[in-house]
Write a protein that binds this ligand. Structure first.
Ligand code: GDP
Length: 298
């Protein structure tokens, strides 16, 4: 991820090295190169436009520091603007004042949602929480079983539909799951909901029904970072259809250009909260915009 973008940006900055002062032509040429690098990385056009406008304005402006040469100054500006489009500050989960905190996961099938549910549960467990996983993805035949297997690996209890416990009804299972957490004193409930291969109305309605039934403290939209610009379209559709508080990017270990990661926070106005970068349950952490920007500019 980001290899091409990193390489292109570092080439661009190299061209500025040794320059005593940046002319208007230098700034234009640099901005053009950065623009191309971002477009090639599949960053959404409106994000690229704002980014370039900000970099140009700041490079021309008064931000002249004695401590930095012009090339370093441009790197600093690009770094800060990258942190900005990635969402600025690291955003953390908000826990309910009265437990359990209810976290609902939504996203397309194949986005890595079920795996992510177990990763998040393990991460919370490592922080001293007592999570309960709720298997409300009743669409994909193997999803409940997969969650049970992953839950076992994570050492986290999974609440799955039982006979008489709302088999086939994800809303009932979700509601029961929250009630079970209350009974058994789990302080966080993670609800894995159904995804489809594409966005459809029934999927949105089902997710919205679950949302209305359990009023989650956090709704997280899970998206595969490998799908590029499509991630932004899907993110917008879920924002309109279900709404969410934050985004989880999965498969950041993949060989993608990084456009989704760089576009989604700015395009949706919702922060990326977590990043998943591998198939192991521990390949998961909070998303830190500043660290991601540093990685790109490394
Ligand atoms: P769901 O349909 O959204 O529940 O997706 P799954 O959790 O079943 O994941 C789909 C596939 O993606 C599985 O083969 C997972 O092992 C894989 N996967 C999930 N997260 C990651 C990740 O961060 N990196 C990689 N490389 N693969 C992942």
């Amino acid at each position: 991820m980001f290899t091409t973008l990193s390489d292109r940006l570092s080439e661009t900055f190299k061209a500025l090295r040794g320059k005593g002062r940046l002319s208007e032509a230098d700034i234009d040429a640099t901005a053009r190169e950065i623009r191309l690098a971002l477009l090639e990385a599949d960053v959404a056009l409106p994000v690229v436009k704002d980014f370039i406008a900000a970099v140009k304005e700041r490079a021309r402006g008064e931000e002249v520091s004695q401590a930095l040469n012009p090339a370093q100054q441009v790197v600093k500006i690009v770094n800060e603007e990258l942190v900005g489009i990635l969402g600025g500050e690291t955003r953390r989960l908000t826990f309910a004042k009265t437990p359990p905190t209810v976290i609902m996961l939504a996203g397309l099938q194949g986005s890595g949602k079920t795996t992510l549910a177990a990763k998040l549960a393990l991460w919370l467990k490592d922080q001293g929480k007592s999570p309960l996983l709720v298997a409300a993805d009743l669409q994909r035949p193997n999803a409940v079983n997969q969650l049970q297997v992953n839950g076992e690996r994570a050492g986290v209890t999974v609440f799955a539909p039982q006979p008489g416990n709302g088999v086939g009804d994800p809303v009932a299972v979700s509601r029961e799951g929250v009630a079970e957490a209350r009974r058994t004193l789990h302080d966080v409930v993670i609800i894995d909901t159904a995804g489809r291969l594409g966005i459809d109305e029934e999927l949105m309605r089902q997710a919205a029904d679950i949302r209305d039934a359990v009023t989650p403290d956090e709704i997280l939209f899970v998206v595969d970072a490998m799908i590029g610009q499509d991630a932004v379209n899907t993110a917008q559709a879920f924002l309109d259809g279900v709404g969410y508080d934050g985004v989880v990017l999965t498969k950041l270990d993949g060989d993608a250009r990084g456009g989704a990661a760089l576009s989604i926070a700015k395009m949706t106005g919702k922060p990326v909260m977590f990043a998943s970068a591998g198939e192991k349950l521990t390949d998961f952490d909070l998303f830190h915009p500043d660290r991601m920007a540093s990685r790109i500019l490394d």
